[in-house]
Design a protein around this ligand. Structure first.
Ligand SMILES: C[S@@+](CC[C@H](N)C(=O)[O-])C[C@H]1O[C@@H](n2cnc3c(N)ncnc32)[C@H](O)[C@@H]1O
Length: 228
């Protein structure tokens, strides 16, 4: 799978892409993540400016339509695989696990990270991207949101997690879309808090039944909306 990220700040991704599972997935060639500086598509200006003031007045700057459209078209031509175009915006459809699963089935995803007041509306009108939000709050830029999307998608790609089951049992995942059961590791006792006896029993049937009960209980207590 290939990701293309369009951003004014490609270096923001440096640390994130060189650590942990992401780093390993890139090194094992399970995913390619290409960053593109929108300023490389600034035309005829020495300051590589790609933003301007909004028509009609108001605070802040907008990312311009021309460099953005040119940039997306040039990036798409770099690879034969068709790209899902995603524009990160607080006004988009809320990212959830089914969306991440759906994106993980795509060969290529292109992520547009806004800054300032966001993009000129014609970027949406012309490129017709899917618009995705990571929640009802406003970030300074789309880069953190892009990392969230990449993180949620990459862990679903075959071969990325050591044990495929760990993503299958995760909260919200395909299968039941409920919350995961509680888990424990050593020591068996800490400050009087014991690991539930059933988990030490070695009885796989009982353990599975206990976990299934916990899934329902936990979901009922914390996220009743998921059961309904
Ligand atoms: C300061 S925000 C612009 C917000 C915009 N003026 C509005 O009110 O909808 C700058 C950029 O951050 C990104 N962003 C901010 N909040 C986001 C969110 N909740 N989800 C996804 N992207 C977000 C978008 O790319 C956006 O263009």
């Amino acid at each position: 799978m290939r990701f293309d990220i369009v951003t004014l700040f490609p270096a923001i991704f440096d640390g994130y892409l060189t650590q942990g599972l992401l780093d390993k997935a890139i090194r094992n060639e399970l995913v390619q993540i290409k960053r593109h500086d929108l300023r490389d598509w600034a035309r005829d200006n020495p300051h590589r400016q790609v933003d301007d003031r909004p028509f009609g007045g108001g605070p802040g700057m907008l990312l311009q339509v021309e460099p953005t459209v040119n940039c997306v078209e040039a990036i798409e031509a770099m690879d034969d695989r068709p790209a899902r175009r995603i524009l990160l915006t607080p006004q988009g459809k809320r990212l959830d696990q089914p969306t991440a699963e759906d994106l993980a089935d795509s060969p290529r995803v292109l992520l547009l990270c806004g800054r300032y007041e966001g993009f000129d509306q014609r970027v949406v009108d012309i490129l017709e991207p899917e618009e995705l939000s990571i929640g009802d709050f406003v970030l300074n830029g789309g880069e953190v949101a892009a990392m969230v999307v990449i993180d949620a998608v990459v862990r679903l790609l075959p071969g990325v997690l050591g044990d495929e089951n760990s993503s299958r049992e995760d909260s919200f995942s395909r299968g039941n879309r409920l919350l995961e059961f509680p888990q424990y590791t050593r020591p068996r006792t800490f400050r009087g808090h014991e690991v539930p006896e059933v988990l030490l029993s070695g009885d796989h049937g009982r353990i599975a039944a206990w976990r299934a009960d916990q899934v329902r209980l936990r979901t009922e207590q914390r996220r009743g909306d998921l059961l309904r």
